[in-house]
Design a protein around this ligand. Structure first.
Ligand SMILES: NC(=O)C1=CN([C@@H]2O[C@H](COP(=O)(O)OP(=O)(O)OC[C@H]3O[C@@H](n4cnc5c(N)ncnc54)[C@H](O)[C@@H]3O)[C@@H](O)[C@H]2O)C=CC1
Ligand SMILES: O=C(O)[C@H]1O[C@H](OP(=O)(O)OP(=O)(O)OC[C@H]2O[C@@H](n3ccc(=O)[nH]c3=O)[C@H](O)[C@@H]2O)[C@H](O)[C@@H](O)[C@@H]1O
Length: 443
């Protein structure tokens, strides 16, 4: 059992702290946000993440999980300090290391004995070298500090599951002793540990996210061809995925990826490349392809319903993916902006993310409390997020609530056969449209 501090209690820090306490370590999570810390002390997670409250409460009650806003208190007597603060995108696309730098100085000023610092945050190659220098230069006491890069691969919405069932744990260390310590700490997870040097570990994180983003971007481009060539992207992806070299994951075509990581990490990788005079053309085109993809359903709606001015468009789902309240870089933002710009009224519903959404979405969007309310009086609906509430609902809801249901499904939630048995005019990603007989006749 080790004594561990985790700095930053966002999606990564909180889940890391909770998981490390669950395997027996004594963990103190530090955050500067007093509101968050108050909630967490009461066993309430400040983020929506399935299963998190339960594991959190279990470990608080067992006396292994603590929360504080005080760096002084948080670092005292710790063997290890994990850094899990944000590294958001700057205006120019580079990663903003401000929060990391502050934490490095806080660590230097407050540690009382030898410590290993572990960087969980996603940081450009070379950052760990810079951070350890910053810590050593600012030390208040004569102690030894080592650094380990331990990038995180969890997905939002399944973060707790991923923490206990990841494919690998990457430990990048230039000091064998520090690497051994972090490997030992993680042993109870039973997840394979891959040891490498610090810089390679930093690159593994960016390369993994950029690769997954490329895979999504690729199938999205294929879906746009399928639409034009009357092929079915779901069948194409399935057929491709049967090849073990390709694999069937991350081949779901849709309205582009969003979230706090793929967009910022692809931009940062382009900038990392530029910093060493390399033009990373492939990732640059993934970034621009994704921006275009986020608007494919809006473009389709413009064509199909004859312009958007004065039309009411319902949005089902706002979060960038289901099972999260995270709105960062959600396609819903670009979609709403474009709809409003074209003169449409936008009525939006999300089962969980609506409160958060208001901070990210353009002004002028009306938020409603149910899918029925969003659909009633709408001229058309765009499905943005594939929440189970939408995927599993009876299609008759569209017919009951809308006078003439026109559905633009950005997540391919429904089978074409099933839709064909209804009166819904239906457009999805990379599949043929379904237009009921009476609409065709009227046209
Ligand atoms: N969100 C995700 O799914 C994943 C994120 N990552 C990476 O992990 C890092 C963290 O991401 P998130 O958890 O999404 O961030 P977040 O933005 O949700 O949380 C960051 C937290 O750090 C706190 N904080 C900021 N400065 C602090 C300081 N000086 N002392 C203590 N607390 C401080 C903030 O109050 C906030 O609660 C980023 O580098 C991100 O790229 C990596 C894998 C998955
Ligand atoms: O670095 C990170 O923050 C994390 O980024 C992603 O996780 P996350 O963004 O939480 O969610 P994903 O499930 O990867 O989905 C990202 C976006 O891609 C979209 N997506 C995903 C898969 C797919 O086949 N098609 C597709 O359009 C989703 O709808 C969503 O908008 C990675 O999957 C994690 O491994 C990584 O740790």
């Amino acid at each position: 059992m080790k004594k561990i501090a985790v700095v930053g209690t966002g999606y990564v820090g909180l889940v890391t702290g909770v998981a490390l306490s669950d395997i027996g370590h004594n963990v103190t999570c530090i955050d500067i946000d007093h509101e968050k810390v108050k909630k967490m002390r009461d066993g309430e997670s400040p983020i929506y993440e399935p299963g998190l409250d339960e594991v959190m409460t279990r470990n608080i009650n067992a006396g292994r999980l603590h929360f504080t806003t005080s760096h002084e208190e948080g670092f005292v007597g710790k063997d290890v300090a994990y850094i899990a603060v944000g590294t958001p995108e700057r205006e120019d696309g580079t990663a903003d290391l401000r929060f990391i730098e502050t934490v490095a100085k806080d660590i230097a000023q407050n540690i009382t004995e030898d410590i290993t610092v572990v960087t969980k945050s996603t940081v450009p190659v070379g950052t760990n070298d810079y951070i350890i220098g910053l810590i050593r230069d600012n030390l208040a006491k004569d102690v030894t500090v080592n650094i380990v890069s331990n990038p995180e691969f969890l997905r939002e919405g399944s973060a707790v599951y991923d923490a206990f069932n990841g494919d690998r744990i990457v430990v990048g260390a230039d000091s064998a002793e520090a690497g051994d310590l972090i490997e030992e700490i993680n042993k109870p997870f039973g997840i394979p540990v891959y040891r490498t040097d610090v810089r390679s570990a930093e690159m593994i994180k960016y390369a993994s996210n950029a690769f997954l983003a490329t895979k999504i971007g690729f199938i999205n481009e294929i879906s746009n061809l399928c639409s034009r060539l009357d092929a079915n992207v779901e069948d194409v992806a399935f057929g491709m995925g049967l090849d073990g070299r390709i694999g069937n994951q991350f081949l779901k075509a849709g309205i582009g990826y969003g979230g706090s990581c793929f967009p910022k990490d692809t931009s940062a990788l382009v900038k990392i490349a530029e910093s060493v005079d390399y033009d990373f053309e492939l990732v640059k085109s993934v970034v621009s392809s994704n921006k275009r993809q986020q608007l494919v359903m809006v473009d389709k709606a413009k064509d199909v319903i004859g312009g958007l001015k004065g039309k009411t468009i319902a949005l089902l789902g706002l979060a960038f993916k289901p099972n999260t309240d995270d709105m960062r870089e959600s396609p819903a933002i670009a979609i709403s902006r474009e709809l409003l710009l074209a003169g449409a009224d936008v009525k939006a519903y999300d089962p969980i993310a609506a409160v958060n959404a208001a901070h990210f979405m353009p002004d002028g969007v009306e938020y409603v409390g149910s899918k029925e309310e969003a659909l009633s009086q709408a001229d058309a609906v765009i499905i943005v997020t594939d929440w189970a509430e939408f995927k599993d609902m009876e299609l008759s809801v569209f017919e009951t609530e809308m006078a003439a249901p026109v559905v633009f499904d950005g997540r391919n939630c429904y089978g074409l056969e099933e839709v064909s048995r209804t009166n819904i005019e239906y457009y999805s990603i990379g599949r043929r449209p379904v237009v009921p007989e009476k609409v065709r006749v009227a046209e």
